[in-house]
Write a protein that binds this ligand. Sequence first.
Ligand SMILES: NC(=O)c1ccc[n+]([C@@H]2O[C@H](COP(=O)([O-])OP(=O)(O)OC[C@H]3O[C@@H](n4cnc5c(N)ncnc54)[C@H](OP(=O)(O)O)[C@@H]3O)[C@@H](O)[C@H]2O)c1
Length: 371
Amino acid sequence: MRVVAWTRARPAHEGNEIAGGAASPLKILLTGGTGSFGQAFVRRVLADRKDCTIRIYSRDELKQYEMARTFGQDPRLRFFIGDVRDRTRLDRAMHGIDLVVHAAALKHVPICEFNPAEAVKTNIQGSQNVIDAAIDAGVRRTVALSTDKAVNPVNLYGATKLCAEKLFVHGNVYAGGRDIRFSCVRYGNVMGSRGSVIPLFRRQAESGVLTITDRAMTRFWLSLEEAVDLVLEAVGEMKGGEIFVPKIPSMRIMDLARAIAPAARIDEVGRRPGEKLHEVLLTAEESRCAIDFGRHYVVTPDVGSEPTSGLAGRTLPEGFVYSSDTNTEWMSIEALRRHVASLVVPVPSPTSRAPAAKNGESIGPGVSPAP
Ligand SMILES: NC(=O)c1ccc[n+]([C@@H]2O[C@H](COP(=O)([O-])OP(=O)(O)OC[C@H]3O[C@@H](n4cnc5c(N)ncnc54)[C@H](OP(=O)(O)O)[C@@H]3O)[C@@H](O)[C@H]2O)c1
């Protein structure tokens, strides 16, 4: 596990030790805290810090009930039923908070496609509510989670996340001269998150037939742990307005299928609307104002923030595109097999089970609905 200096959420004089410390506990608000990322984040923070309180903010009481049980009723966890669309409730939840991590979203590509106004309300208006409430409550640091689907978006989910990115980057302007900062992290499909492709492939493997939409498809590969790493690094490093992009390997969807079910027949069924062949994490335009910080890239803001260009990092070559098909780092079938074997894929409760096998952020790349 990386040691991350995620300390700037608190004024230095209050003490920022990762474990312990005499100061009052660091108070974190985690929207979407019952989700895949949220639970991984909570597990890490509770292990790292004794002195913290995490408020989980989400809508479904059953998920909160189950999460409270999973975490053994840890007193550092507080559960708020609330919707990011509800500004008044957010105001209450933000009270006294040092750090907000905004993970709540509608992320199922087809569901966003068929319910566009709902996706706009949660992913765009909800994000603006989080920003406004954080400014009014004087929250010093807010990090929002974004996705490669926000880059050159071809589906509504991606478009809403692009809008959310823009809102968070420009939130720094609305904060005025106060030490209130907003940044984003942007990453690709998380393998092992709720609804990811892996449980679907495992299920299909039992029938001996895997359905794939396009054999040539590639995706970035990221674990939940790495997503948590990135967010914590962003909290420690952010000056406001950056988009943090991790350097991660790519995988071929065919390799993943072979890793899970080497002997299965592969049926190619054709790409669905809004599904890209490859994903992009950095465009050539963004690369012009991005910096290579070793483990990750940072897209620097063009307005309203402290300049990050003076930070130790390399500028990127003209025209650099960070795309899943031209990546220099790849997961081999063997590496995929090892990772898949080590994954504890969340099992949804019977009442919160997602509809089977939709594609996109939820189910993952190149996968067709189960027959
Ligand atoms: N998973 C991926 O592959 C991936 C990749 C890149 C980026 N991301 C981003 O990472 C974030 C977390 O993803 P995840 O995989 O953890 O998603 P997830 O497992 O589906 O969790 C989503 C969370 O958001 C909550 N939520 C949904 N709508 C809400 C609303 N209107 N108000 C308050 N809470 C709401 C859900 O709880 P309730 O339903 O109970 O409200 C749940 O806690 C999302 O922003 C997503 O766009 C995910």
